[in-house]
Design a protein around this ligand. Structure first.
Ligand code: PNS
Length: 161
């Protein structure tokens, strides 16, 4: 096994993302974390911010590189010479969409395999969207996201008053 690709929007990265990437890094020589530059939904954080947050959260993992891509994931995987995509699965509800993406990617690029890492139960309820919603209404997000992300969310949604 050589390199794995962990793609995502990471808007923002959560502790669930960090856990999946850390665990993937133990099974592959290297991991390329690929942040999509222009996700389908307008992101809260810029590409540079999302990359910086991941750099800070994963600074302790030697074999992880943070990069970005635009366009088709299969093209980026080909460009990087990576044949394995690793994604996290939280619940059955993730499965259908993830399966569709995995099958489409395999159809577009035969030889590109997708593997799934099951989320730790502690993070099974966690998503970037929910974290943003909690932060938007002034709720606490500490313990759900890396420290730098919690600070950035407070900056983006300053406490009222
Ligand atoms: O964090 P997300 O939103 O689950 O990440 C989804 C992502 C970025 C992995 C996915 O949308 C993607 O690969 N987009 C690139 C465009 C593409 O290749 N689309 C066809 C895949 S079926």
């Amino acid at each position: 096994m050589t390199a794995a690709l962990c793609p995502g929007s990471f808007d923002p990265p959560t502790n669930g993302h960090v856990d999946v990437i850390e665990r993937t890094s133990r099974h592959f020589e290297s991991v390329v974390v690929a942040v999509i530059a222009n996700p389908s939904k307008e992101p809260l954080f810029s590409l540079a911010e999302r990359k910086d947050m991941l750099e800070a959260a994963l600074a302790h993992v030697d074999n992880v590189e943070i990069d970005s891509f635009d366009g088709l994931l299969v093209e980026y995987a080909r460009h990087r010479g990576v044949n394995v995509v690793v994604k996290g699965l939280r619940a059955v509800s993730d499965f259908e969409y993830e399966l569709q993406m995995a099958e489409m990617n395999a159809a577009l690029a035969p030889g590109l395999d997708t593997m799934f890492v099951t989320a730790k139960p502690a993070w099974a309820f966690l998503s970037s969207s929910l974290v943003k919603e909690v932060a938007r209404f002034g709720g606490p997000v500490e313990g759900l996201v890396p420290e730098a992300v919690a600070e950035a969310l407070v900056g983006r949604y300053p406490p009222a008053g």
